[in-house]
Design a protein around this ligand. Structure first.
Ligand code: MN3
Length: 395
């Protein structure tokens, strides 16, 4: 039995995680979970799972739920999210402990840190945690001896392609590079000129994957791939020069590892997040899954095109921010999160997102090896600056 603490249970990854766990009900015990504002979804979840602790975003929601579900402890807000990751169950004392971090955005950082300090293993779908806190997190992972396993499909693919000699963030001497594949997002057939007129609705149509809104927009800007490059840098302990990106519009190969002898290993599957979720849960074993298998009696076409950094300047900025290191990935992430909010509120255009990230990076001064307080502070300052400048109504 493994104890599961699921942060972000009502989102796209959270929902699919619960579906995977339903197939292995005797092996996983959902001890705690968190949702945001989607209380209807939470109540659906509570008909199937019986967590001891639940955190929601708003205090009002927590108060109403407390009266309705007397057997569950409810909490709320950012502290509630941390408490969900750190909840101490009264039962199952000898179980392996797994926190699944499937929240969206920077808010996933503190719960991860606190859970590692309790020696809980981390299954990470929240890429921002490593993007902003990569050094701190990897330091803690070593100090407390916990497992940090990726759920992001590209990182899961790389993890699966790394053989035993090269897995586990040790020396990567036999790896010459990792190659992260990118579908190109909703606007891959559009020119830079055509991007001037795209709408929010256009940006939310991803050709291959069904995901939450924020990440779908990040795919259209290629920011998502940028965050994944930085995430891979920290997760696999590789310099940016050894992290390549390639356009692969079919999303069949989820990423690759090239070894020093020239062998390239790729992980393939129909695009379905349940596969990386399940692999993280069952690692180092594999189990049968509901994922549709590839059928080589049919024909597949796979194409690869070199990444076009002029077409996708956000990815170029991500590499630059990553190479500068220190606080710059935090600035990159915070400026993107705020810009995406503004775009979703129809206050800026699609191309303003890259403009905002670019000018914010240029204006920021780097801090090398930032501690957690500096990370949180710079995150806040960056967001406030963008809001003051662009969000006239919220000012
Ligand atoms: Mn991904």
């Amino acid at each position: 039995m493994k104890n599961i603490y699921l942060l972000g249970a009502s989102g796209s990854i959270g929902t699919q995680t619960l579906e995977v766990i339903e197939n292995f009900k005797n092996e996983y015990n959902i001890v705690s979970l968190s949702v945001g504002k989607n209380i209807k979804k939470l109540e659906e979840i509570l008909t199937k799972f019986h967590p001891e602790f639940v955190s929601v975003e708003k205090e009002e929601d927590a108060n109403i739920l407390k009266k309705k579900y007397a057997n569950i402890i409810f909490s709320y807000g950012e502290q509630g999210l941390i408490d969900a990751a750190c909840y101490q169950s009264k039962n199952n004392k000898n179980c392996e402990e797994y926190v699944i971090n499937a929240v969206v955005g920077m808010i996933g950082l503190l719960p991860t840190i606190e859970a590692i300090k309790l020696k809980r293993n981390i299954l990470l779908a929240n890429k921002e945690t490593l993007v902003v806190g990569g050094e701190v997190i990897q330091g803690l992972v070593k100090e407390y001896g916990v497992k940090l396993l990726p759920i992001d499909s590209e990182h899961s693919a790389i993890f699966q392609c790394l053989d035993k000699n090269n897995q586990g963030c040790t020396s990567k001497n036999e790896v010459s590079k990792i190659i992260i594949t990118a579908s190109g997002g909703a606007f891959r057939t559009k020119t830079r000129d055509e991007l001037k007129y795209v709408t929010l609705e256009d940006a939310l149509k991803h050709p291959n994957w069904n995901m939450g809104n924020k990440i779908t927009i990040d795919c259209a800007t290629m920011v998502n791939k940028g965050l994944e490059v930085i995430e891979a840098h920290y997760l696999f302990n590789l310099p940016y020069e050894q992290i390549e990106t390639v356009l692969h519009k079919e999303s069949i190969i989820h990423s690759m590892v090239e070894y020093i002898d020239g062998s390239v290993l790729a992980q393939m599957a129909e695009p379905n997040m349940k596969l990386p979720i399940q692999y993280a849960l069952t690692y180092p074993n594999r189990k049968k899954s509901v994922v549709k298998k590839m059928d080589f009696q049919k024909s597949y076409t796979m194409t690869f095109e070199p990444m076009d950094f002029n077409r996708y300047p956000c990815l170029k900025m991500a590499y630059e921010a990553g190479k500068m290191g220190g606080i710059m990935p935090t600035v990159f992430n915070a400026s993107n999160e705020e810009a995406v909010h503004l775009f979703m509120e129809r206050k800026i255009s699609f191309l303003d997102i890259e403009k905002i990230i670019n000018e914010t990076l240029k204006e920021s001064i780097n801090i090398l090896h930032p501690n957690i307080y500096q990370i949180l502070e710079v995150d806040k300052i960056t967001r406030n600056k963008i809001r003051l400048r662009y969000d006239v109504e919220r000012k």
